[in-house]
Design a protein. Structure first.
Length: 484
């Protein structure tokens, strides 16, 4: 089994969110199962700097817009997974993020940047590959950034490899003017609703869903949700048409990276059987963030993109009531400026009780996950969500809305789930501020009044197997089905 895993971000080389975590950890889990896997990623400056063993692999010609590119081969040291890097300085080597510049403005040449990524993946899966000794039989694509790959494979490259597309978020689709078709070397004969077109535009994501041999998404609940208008972002019709080929597989976590027993970012490591260390981590976090050092004050943690999806606009208005109930808040995130400002304002007005860090900070994200008493994640939709899984692993029970992967991983605490030891968090009844407040208050009730019960809920989450063990096998079965 040889798999090319094409992605626009991969931890620890380049990361904006959960896609990077999955792209770092799933290939590694598959490699442990004996799959010969290589990751394909654009040669952003950060990627070229992070891989120290890069060497020439091949030259590619006839690429859209840029003509030529070089392929380099390197290894991610942490996992020993091989990475093929597309070296194309003109489109990838620049300051800023993978999708946008430092001010958050999308790169205007994103259709080229990700058109080229898609095209290279398709070439490597087909008869025109310049690689003589490695031909994948599966090309595994992720999100709109590699959405054109299955289309190139079928319509242009006549590739022998099978294609899989994993949907990590239907909210981002990569829709561009139809004039991009000839530029990207796609046949205009397929620009219609039964093909590449989505309401007059070229849609990278639709192309992927339409032409892929198999479609997966990152939780069973999200697989159902995206076949409905409320969650499908306009592609629910196509998704339900292809419902038989659509499978939801819950993400796992990289237990080497996210493990309170070994996490190097913490002042003290701890585990389900030695929870005392978590108190020291909390005190260190309170100190670092300028919060009052108080073991009894329930500390609510948030690490998140600040966007409509994540529902944190439901949290901001109830912060004063939560502070009245004795809570502290530690938030790390970035995104929509209105939300950033609302939280900055709360921090200014409640010094010592509310800490807000706007920006991206990997060590602090681990410290908040470990040092908080509960993790707040009221997402309106959540394909899988990794942070609630990290919360479970760190004895930080998540408070979540019942959607997508949150619904599939967090089990609400009630008399039945408490008794059968499955309760691992708290689940809102609907996405609203009132419901979030009610849910946090229920959690506070246990936290403040029943230490044994709280410890049990923590332990239930911490003793779950959240690794890729099971889900990686499901991907392997999916590949095997395609090749059978
Ligand atoms: P999404 O991919 O939708 O943003 P996930 O929960 O799947 O949500 O994954 C988010 C990942 O990004 C997690 O690893 C989380 O810790 C990380 N993350 C999000 N915001 C920040 C931030 N401001 N600083 C550090 N890490 C962050
Ligand atoms: C997306 C989703 C998130 C998921 C991640 C990895 O960013 O928003 O829910 O966990 O992809 O699959």
């Amino acid at each position: 089994m040889r798999v090319l895993f094409a992605t626009s971000e991969v931890f620890p080389l380049i990361k904006t969110g959960g896609l990077a975590d999955v792209s770092g950890s799933l290939p590694s889990a598959l490699q442990h199962l004996g799959v010969d896997i290589r990751i394909l990623v654009p040669g952003y400056t950060a990627v070229l700097n992070a891989l120290t063993d890069l060497h020439h692999l091949a030259h590619l010609a006839h690429l859209p817009v840029i003509g030529h590119a070089e392929l380099l081969l390197g290894t991610i040291q942490e996992t020993q997974v091989k990475v093929i890097v597309i070296k194309a300085a003109g489109i990838y080597e620049r300051a800023g993020g993978p999708y946008a510049d430092a001010n958050g403005l999308e790169w205007l040449d994103n259709p080229v940047r990700f058109g080229v990524l898609s095209k290279v993946a398709a070439i490597l899966g087909g008869p025109n590959s310049p690689l003589t000794d490695w031909h994948p039989n599966i090309v595994h694509c992720n999100d709109w950034q590699t959405g054109l790959t299955p289309a190139y494979m079928k319509l242009v490259e006549h590739a022998q490899a099978k294609s899989v597309i994993s949907l990590h978020n239907m909210a981002f689709q990569g829709c561009y003017a139809p004039s991009w078709l000839p530029t990207l070397g796609l046949p205009s004969t397929h620009f219609n609703p039964e093909g590449l077109e989505y309401h007059g535009q070229l849609s990278f994501l639709k192309a992927g869903i339409f032409y892929a041999d198999s479609i997966t998404t990152v939780s069973p609940s999200y697989a159902k949700e995206i076949q409905t208008p409320a969650f499908g972002f306009g592609l629910e019709g196509l998704l339900s048409k292809r419902g038989n080929e659509l499978k939801g597989i819950l993400n796992g976590i990289e237990t080497k990276e996210w493990n309170p027993k070994t996490d190097p970012h913490l002042v003290k490591n701890y585990s389900a059987t030695q929870l005392a260390g978590k108190k020291q981590v909390k005190a260190a976090l309170q100190e670092r963030l300028g919060l009052e050092i108080n073991a009894d004050a329930p500390l609510l943690g948030v690490v998140s993109r600040l966007t409509h999806q994540k529902g944190l606009d439901m949290l901001a208005p109830i912060v004063p009531q939560l502070l009245d109930a004795g809570c502290q808040l530690a938030l790390l995130g970035g995104g929509e400026s209105e939300l950033e400002n609302a939280f900055r304002h709360l921090a200014r007005n409640h010094l010592g009780r509310v800490s807000v860090n706007i920006g991206y900070n990997e060590p602090l994200s681990h410290q908040i996950m470990a040092g908080s008493d509960m993790f707040i994640m009221p997402s309106r939709f959540e394909p899988c969500g990794l942070n609630q899984l990290y919360g479970l692993a760190y004895g930080t029970p998540p408070v979540v809305n019942a959607t997508g992967g949150l619904a599939d991983s967090v089990i609400d605490t009630n008399i039945i789930t408490y008794k059968n030891k499955t309760a691992n968090g708290f689940v809102m009844s609907e996405p609203s501020s009132a419901s979030l407040l009610h849910c946090i208050k229920q959690a506070l009730n246990v936290f403040k009044n029943d230490a044994d019960a709280w410890r049990q809920i923590q332990k239930n989450g911490m003793s779950q197997n959240l690794s890729w063990d099971k889900s990686a096998l499901e991907y392997l079965a999916e590949y095997q089905k395609l090749l059978a």
